[in-house]
Ligand binder design. Structure first.
Ligand SMILES: [Zn+2]
Length: 287
């Protein structure tokens, strides 16, 4: 039986990349924090379905929500890094990126007492030309990455990437790491993002379902992703463009019932549970 990955990008509603032009990082402290009860809803849902997941947490948030991060880990879920302050890799120098992945890993490990193995870049921003970020992840002790979205989208995407979990050999990084791409739907020779975020809320559920069924036919785990604020229809509104409004606020009330259905139809676990087997199969193929 194929068990899929349930992943959460743990950030506040005002920290999303689309709001960058409207909300300065220096203003974050003035916003109402809503993440604790949003996460509580998620934890309840996961528990009801006996599902486990991976939470990619911002270091900035972890420092302010120590008890919340401990509660997530105590419930059996994996804590991984989403960087320090949601800066996109495309806006960082290698030195800034290194500082962000090093500091967030140290803070998260200090809170849970468990090694942090995984990383997901804000807005999937390891794009072609930014592969040095993968080398730095290896150097800083990360075992897997989940940032290469194998689609072509404005601002993000890694179109040449593989669709399924795979081993990425990095000559400069002195080894390699496991890559866990978010799931895409194969459709008429194209790959469509269908397994998370706004796509999960706004597209017909059947497309998401089809993407995970395709993974099962290939015998590989799919990777679903969601943000806690997507369960919060009453979050304070940030003034932004029409398109951003549709993407951020559209379908919020559908998130919880859809999640319930997804968790009923498919079994989910944390990414760390499948990393060793991806690594081992790469070693067998190389031998
Ligand atoms: Zn994010």
């Amino acid at each position: 039986m194929t068990v899929h990955h349930f992943t959460v990008d743990l950030e506040e509603y005002f920290q999303v990349a689309a709001f960058e032009p409207h909300v300065a990082r220096s203003a974050w402290g003035r916003f109402e924090s809503r993440v604790a009860w949003q996460v509580e809803l998620l934890l309840e849902l996961l528990e009801r379905h006996e599902a486990r997941g991976t939470f990619f947490v911002l270091g900035w948030l972890a420092e302010r929500q120590v008890e919340l991060i401990r509660a997530i880990a105590r419930a059996g879920h994996e804590i991984a890094s989403h960087g320090w302050d949601h800066a996109r890799v495309t806006n960082q120098t290698p030195a800034q990126f290194r500082a962000s992945i090093r500091r967030s890993k140290a803070v998260l490990e200090g809170i849970t007492g468990t090694p942090v193995l995984g990383f997901r870049a804000p807005n999937f921003s390891i794009v072609p030309g930014r592969e040095w970020a993968l080398d730095l992840l290896i150097e800083e002790g990360y075992r897997y990455d989940s940032s290469l979205f194998p689609v072509r989208r404005p601002g993000y995407g890694y179109p040449s990437g593989s669709s399924d979990p795979h081993w990425l050999e990095r000559p400069a990084g002195g080894g390699g790491l496991v890559e866990i791409p978010p799931t895409t739907l194969r459709w008429w020779g194209m790959r469509l993002p269908a397994a998370g975020g706004a796509y999960f809320r706004l597209l017909p559920y059947a497309l998401v379902q089809a993407a995970f069924r395709q993974c099962e036919r290939r015998g590989v785990p799919g990777t679903f992703y969601i943000h806690p604020w997507e369960l919060d229809a009453d979050q304070p509104r940030v003034s932004c463009s029409w398109l951003t409004r549709v993407r951020h606020y559209g379908g919020l009330r559908a998130t919880a019932p859809r999640l319930d259905r997804l968790l009923t139809e498919f079994p989910f676990t944390a990414v760390r549970d499948t990393v060793p087997s991806v690594r081992a199969s790469a070693a067998v193929n190389a031998a």
